[in-house]
Every structure is written in C-alpha cells, then in structure tokens.
Write a protein that binds this ligand. Sequence first.
Ligand SMILES: [Zn+2]
Length: 107
Amino acid sequence: MSVKTRIRRDDEVIVIAGRDRGARGKVIRVLPAEGRVLVSKVNMVKRHMRPTQASAGGIVEKEAPLAISNVQFYCPQCKTGVRLGVKRLDDGRKVRICRKCGEVLDH
Ligand SMILES: [Zn+2]
C-alpha cells in the first residue's frame, strides 16, 4: 500500500491531529509506502541508547514518523494548514498551489 501525497521533503507542515497538534516543522522524509512523514522536532520520542564507540549512549530524543493524514502543508500566506492543488504554468511546468489562496508554492 502506498499513499499519494503532494507533500515533499523540506516542506513546512502543521500537525492537525494527535499529541503534537498545532506543531510545525520541516519535512525530513516522506515514507509513502508506510503513509508516514518524518517532521523535524515533531513527535519526538526518547530512545535509550547503549553506549557505543561513536557515542556515550543514554537517552536520545528522536523524531518518530507521523501519519500523513495528520499533517497538512503550512501555507505562509494563509498562516494555516491547507490542501494542495496542482497547476500547469504557461511554460508547461507543473507547480503546487494552495487551494485556499491560490498562491504558487513551487518556484
Ligand atoms: Zn494559502
């Protein structure tokens, strides 16, 4: 199973459901096969790490993936989470737009 999403790496998203509702962050990775996204500084979990040669170990905080359905693209114009649309420009390029204000989001 693979989830279709227009969200991409480096997009700013806002969490719309769950524990971190309202939190914003940059997408680190999209995992379409799992229907999840990894968002910077969102959905942090504590991991207990064993000491290794590379690190001292102890408790490390790490991002855990969130369901794609729990995040929305954050539109800087609307200042809220929005759905994305696609528009074809005159030169044939396809760009993503905010469905609320129509702002072109890819440059
Ligand atoms: Zn907008």
